[in-house]
Write a protein that binds this ligand. Structure first.
Ligand SMILES: [Fe+2]
Length: 389
């Protein structure tokens, strides 16, 4: 896997552009051929940092320092440092109102986003033709009978696992009843749940967060040896965080066309920020009900972890592989947090329930306090997020 956490030395330090492989630069430049040039005007010093597609024979990128760019974005030095250092994303800064478009708008900046991640942090653009799955079938499932080395090799290559039969149907029935109990206690605005607007304009619960802090039974899942084994496959130093980053998050997929964040478009779990702090974390999805397209299953782009795809890539790229993961109650999905994935609108009755336990590198605890999460920014901001979709 690519090292996606290359540190930057500061907001005005040189970027990595001159040391990047030409093929990676060309792949990034292809994404912005029609997006026009981009410039950032950084407050507290008036520095301008700009990029455009190069004028040479080979497709490439070059810097410029003029405000004549097609898109000009003003931001504070602190916001710029956060962006360069992969602590906050473009989306994070837009939703929190910390970018001012002096010229142009969000669409062009979003197209440039993978390019910025390449030049600032060396994160390459995902190219379907070059994805290396080490011979693993991305649609295949595995089980706890497989040994750790095999599971680790598959997870490292594909970016996710579908592990069958980790929990019994009886165990999942108990968990499901516990979710019913917590769901009945949830209230909009309680800071412990996510809600969307249903087709009849009603508020519909779509996520419980910090769920294991309100339930002994669910806390038992956090510490279950099966969950711990899978969560620490990639790195035994990773550990779960029940009290921050939303702790155990239980998804309850609402049926129909909802407004808000029940159906999550293509994203990486560091999409709101924190890539440098959280990745390569691992999320364990305990499939309480099982899942299918009818109930809103999980979609994956195999081999996309440690890389980026452009905003709304499905409208402009062809040949990107997508795997839909259908599960039975008691199965578990394991995904590296920056693999590209989605949770689309159920085609049928909806209702998938999945309890997520996520494992993070030690450094996360230095940056994120109890009760804090990058998702705090969007939990109660359905309208702002809808505007971006
Ligand atoms: Fe996700």
């Amino acid at each position: 896997m690519t090292d996606t956490c290359t540190p930057s030395t500061g907001p005005f330090a040189d970027d990595l552009l001159d040391s990047l492989p030409a093929d990676q630069v060309a792949a990034a430049a292809r994404l912005v051929v029609d997006a026009g040039s981009l410039a950032f005007r950084i407050a507290e010093g008036g520095h301008v940092v700009g990029y455009r597609v190069g004028s040479g024979e080979l497709l490439g990128l070059e810097r410029h320092d003029g405000l004549a760019a097609d898109t000009v974005v003003a931001l504070s030095a602190a916001a710029w440092a956060d962006l360069v250092d992969q602590r906050r994303t473009v989306i994070n800064l837009v939703v929190s109102g910390q970018l001012v478009f002096e010229k142009g708008g969000f669409d062009a900046l979003a197209q440039w986003d993978p390019v910025l991640k390449l030049v600032h942090a060396g994160i390459p653009v995902f190219e379907p033709g070059r994805a290396d799955l080490s011979g693993f079938d991305p649609a295949a499932s595995c089980s706890l009978d497989d040994d750790d080395a095999d599971l680790r090799a598959r997870l490292s290559a594909v970016g996710y696992l579908h592990v069958r039969g980790v929990f019994s149907v009886e165990e999942m029935a108990q968990v499901n009843a516990e979710i019913d109990r917590l769901a009945a206690l949830a209230q909009p605005g309680d800071g412990r749940s996510w809600w969307v607007t249903g087709e009849a304009d009603e508020e519909v619960l779509c996520r419980l967060v910090y769920a294991s802090q309100r339930s002994e039974l669910l806390a038992g899942l956090d510490n279950d040896p099966r969950v711990q084994r899978l969560g620490r496959l990639l790195d035994p130093a990773l550990r779960s965080a029940p009290d921050r980053l939303e702790g155990m998050a239980v998804l309850l997929k609402a049926p129909g066309k909802t407004q808000g964040l029940s159906n999550i478009p293509w994203h990486q779990d560091c999409g709101m920020g924190g890539h440098r702090i959280l990745c390569p974390g691992v999320s364990i999805g305990i499939q309480v009900t099982g899942s299918s397209a009818a109930t809103g299953n999980l979609l994956m782009v195999p081999g996309s972890h440690g890389q980026t795809l452009p905003w709304q890539w499905e409208r402009q790229l062809t040949g990107v592989p997508v795997v839909a993961i259908d599960t039975e109650p008691g199965d578990v999905t394991v995904h590296i947090q920056d693999v590209m994935h989605a949770s689309p609108q159920p085609t049928g009755e909806g209702g998938r329930r999945t309890a997520y336990v996520s494992f993070y590198p030690e450094r996360m605890w230095e940056h994120v306090g109890p009760g804090e999460a990058f998702n705090d920014l969007v939990r109660d901001r359905n309208q702002e997020v809808a505007a971006l979709q």
